[in-house]
Ligand binder design. Sequence first.
Ligand code: ADP
Ligand code: MG
Length: 476
Amino acid sequence: MSVTAQSVWDNCLLFIRDNITPQAYKTWFEPIKAVKLTDNALSIQVPSKFFYEWLEEHYVKLLKVSLTRELGEGAKLVYVIKMENTYGNRQPFTEKIPSSNRTNSMKPQDVDAPLKNKSPELRNPFVIPGIRNLEIESQLNPNYNFDNFLEGDSNRLARSAGLAVANKPGGTSFNPLLIFGGVGLGKTHLAHAIGVQIKDKYPEKTVLYISAEKFTQQYIESVKKNNRNDFIHFYQIIDVLIVDDIQLLSGKAGTQDVFFHIFNHLHQNGKQVVLTSDKAPVDMQDIEQRLLSRFKWGLSAELQQPGFETRISIIKNKLYQDGVEMPEDIIEFLANNIKTNIRELEGAIISLIAHSSFNRKEITLDLAKKIVENYVKQTKREVSIDYIQKVVSDYFQMDVETLQSKTRKRHIVQARQLAMFFAKRLTKASLASIGSQIGKRDHATVLHACKTVDNLSSTDKQFRKYVEDLNKKLTM
Ligand code: ADP
Ligand code: MG
């Protein structure tokens, strides 16, 4: 009788069946197909990479023993991964696992040929000639790591969640992990740090950092070149996908759709997704509901504006890294005057150092003041929620506590709604954060307030006057 892939595998199965529970057999071995036998290498087809990992983790010995019985000491096992048909691709898709080149090992040995029809080649949108498919450049910046991401109250939740994810990608309930917060507060830094740490801990994992903007460009390109499926497949084999500035997908229906399918595939297969956004999910506009709801499946963690202490340690850390000394009063001056954006804080430090070294001048408080002026000018226009509450309360001749109180007195409710309305209009704060700062209300209340003010100002003359007056006070 001739030996075929099927006959060898059937014999292995007889042996395996005797050694594990019927349930495990049914789950892990029945779905496997024997596809090829060459010399002493048997190729088996498994439904997903996850499946392969599970087999390797739990049944590698059993597989080895059974296969050695059939094929002798040099027996090799080759895994072929057939992806599920998640995206209207009729053809079977074969994933290729890089060889580990250890003879006798039961690791996947080789890149196997596609099964029947010519499967599409796995085309990598980051074309790196001469590099095998699965060796995907992570696009990570090693300078953004956890060591130099300083912890403070403003980022503790996001930082810890990021660490948890980095230590166990796909294995925590933080999937996806959505990091959101204003400009320059460390979203990109933290996103890279997660990827860098995963690569460090799990070098074999495929990690990819990509900005939503670049993702969109690649997608558009793939549609033009008629290889949209390849694009999708490429992203579906990634173990850890990090997409920065996901709010940029807003209004881009096609890209959202494709991302939706990639997301689902990764999530179903226990792969980790990390997203960043400059807005909380409730505030994201023109993003499909089904996608938004998935963003909320895991954890949304906010990066808030760092407190004074944190700003001080960030400055000191930066100076230390650059090997520069600076008097304490100047450090405090910087921390006191640049509050809302860590990038600006760093920018001010860098130009301070540059000015002083180019002009061979000492770093003085005067110089610091001049430089900070340049930096703060651009952000001066942005008013704070505290300031808005103060202006609105003054205007209605009440104090801020009254404005924030739980009372339902009409004129107080209106003042509060106006404060919320202007906070939404004039700051970048999220609805949730506005609510929590104006009398500890929730985002729905803020949304309602904005609508009410809109309505009233188009129907009520007196009310419109309030809006106009306040607008002048706040913006001029
Ligand atoms: P975002 O993506 O939110 O706009 P970035 O991640 O680009 O912000 O951060 C802006 C700058 O601030 C970067 O240089 C980053 O290294 C620095 N930064 C932000 N948060 C921290 C932190 N907690 N510790 C140290 N540096 C930080
Ligand atoms: Mg960023």
